[in-house]
Structure formats: C-alpha cells, structure tokens
Design a protein around this ligand. Structure first.
Ligand code: PMP
Length: 285
C-alpha cells in the first residue's frame, strides 16, 4: 500500500511519525474518513468542510489547502487502485521537542498529516445491509465536544467491544436517558412516515452522511424530527438505522434484544439506503 505522510507518497513500511507527535501522546489530532465508490470520492466537500471546522475549534492549522487535499485523495486512490474503499486522513498538532500539555508554538511545530486507503471491494453491497445489525445501549462516557472529530477513539472502541461481547454488532450511547449516537455513526428510528434523530449540538458528531440522508428523506416526502429520544421509544418504532461514511445507511433490526417490526430491515431504511447510494454515486468526484 502507498500512503501519504507530510508531503510524500511512500510504501507504508517507510512512513514514519515521531514518538513526540501530539496525537500519539495526547490524542491531539483530528481525522476524516471518506468513502470511495467506483473510484470516486463520496461527499468530499462535506468532509473537507468538517475537517476545517474541527481544526478551527482546536486552533490547529492545516498543512495543505482543500485543493491539495483533494488531489492527495485522488492520487492515493489511483496509486492503490481503489475502486471501492475508504480514504483515512489525519492531521495532528505535530511533534514538538518534548512532551508538554501546553500547545506548542505553531511557528516551530508544524502539523503532521497522514493519509492511507483501505480497500473494500463491494463496500456498497455489504451483506449486513441485507440482514440488518443488532445494537445494545451503553452509557455515553465520552468528553463534551463530540462535534469535533478527534482521534480520541478509546471509548468508542470499548463500546464496540461491549457490543461484541454481548453478541451484538454495535452500541448506541445514552446520556441523561437519551440516545446520543452510535459508537461510529448517527442513530435514527422510523415510526410511520417520520424519521427521528437527535438534533445537532456539541453532544454528537455532525455526520456528513446524516446531512445528506435527512435531505433525501425530506425530498422523498418523509417527515424529519430532530429531537431527543430514548432507547424505549426506539424499541417501539417500526424501523431503525444508522448512518456513516463507511456504512452509508445500515438498517438496525434489534435494540437491547428487542426486535423491531418482524426483525428484518425496514422498507423505508432500505429505500433511503438506495437513494443515498444512487445520489452519492452521481455526485461523486
Ligand atoms: N458519529 C460518530 C461518533 C462517528 O464516529 C461517525 C463516523 N466517523 C459518525 C457519527 C458518522 O459521521 P459521517 O457520516 O460523517 O461518517
């Protein structure tokens, strides 16, 4: 695999980052994951904009312009022959001379940028979309700025492990009695013609897939309600699903052991998946 690090395209075993890198020592870094379908990038502009927002919120700067970033994405996709897959991008505050909590001087410590691809043939034809996934609920023990896409992914990793140990596929996190989001995705339920998902705030990541799917849902004359909801309300729904750049729209068929409807993916969720994939492929760059 050819990867990109600080201006160079290199074989992955030659790519190196300092042990003093702030992301390694302090999770002081942000990331994005953009999907590739048919060799083209899905919603690149959305990911580039959110990246800039994450950087701004952390007073971090980007070592590349958005135009350069797009070119690096395209070069990596081409060099690695990716038809379907993902491009992972990470920018960190860089590697100062020593470990210190205080942010280093941006004049002397330049940001680190790393990109790599993940080859996922048939990404859009995932078998999980046919069966749906099972989720459990867990406490949301993350920090208070989940709108910033940082590389602090220990708790989401623990959440996936809790799900795995419980025989489920993923976990929905709950705070003060209400669902925030999935460990690496946004969470929704459907009742009648209405989609319910938590409103945007610092409590959740502002999903790029979420924005697109809610737009398509409204265009398809579905009602969208952005508000708090409980696990119990979702368990009583007709359908549920998650969204993310790597899973698109993925039906949820069970929540904490309670099957939704007849326990198979809901028709509306499947339809939204189809619309999302069709429209995203058309707009891919
Ligand atoms: N919430 C969290 C916590 C996530 O990690 C992700 C995916 N990175 C999402 C939601 C979905 O965001 P997107 O649709 O932009 O991939």
């Amino acid at each position: 695999r050819t990867v990109y690090v600080n201006g160079d395209f290199l074989p992955e075993h030659e790519a190196k980052v300092s042990i003093f890198d702030r992301a390694f020592l302090m999770a002081d870094g942000v990331y994005e994951v953009t999907s590739v379908l048919g060799g083209k990038l899905i919603d690149f502009d959305g990911h580039a904009k959110r990246l800039q927002r994450s950087l701004d919120e952390l007073e971090m700067r980007s070592p590349v312009t958005p135009e350069e970033l797009l070119q690096i994405h395209r070069d990596l996709v081409e060099k690695n022959g990716i038809v379907d897959g993902l491009v992972y991008l990470q920018i960190t505050r860089g590697a100062p001379d020593d470990r210190d909590f205080v942010f280093p001087d941006p004049e002397t410590t330049v940001p680190t940028i790393v990109l790599f691809t993940q080859n996922k043939p048939g990404l859009a034809e995932s078998p999980a979309a046919k069966t749906g996934i099972k989720v459990i609920s867990i406490e949301d023990a993350r920090w208070g700025r989940r709108d910033i896409k940082t590389v602090q992914l220990l708790y989401p990793s623990m959440g996936k492990m809790m799900a795995k140990k419980a025989g489920a596929d993923d976990a929905w996190m709950v705070e003060d009695g209400f669902v925030t989001e999935g460990t690496s995705n946004n969470a929704y339920f459907i009742k009648g013609n209405k989609i319910v998902t938590r409103a945007l705030s610092n409590d959740i990541l502002h999903g790029i897939t979420r924005a697109a799917v809610l737009r398509f849902a409204r265009e398809a004359q579905m009602e969208v309600e952005e508000r708090n909801f409980t696990i119990e309300e979702a368990q009583g729904a007709d359908e549920a699903f998650i969204t993310s750049a790597s899973t698109f729209v993925m039906p949820v068929v069970e929540i904490d052991g309670v099957a939704l409807g007849d326990g198979t993916p809901g028709q509306r969720a499947l339809r939204l998946r189809e619309i999302y994939l069709d429209e995203s492929r058309k707009a891919a760059i």
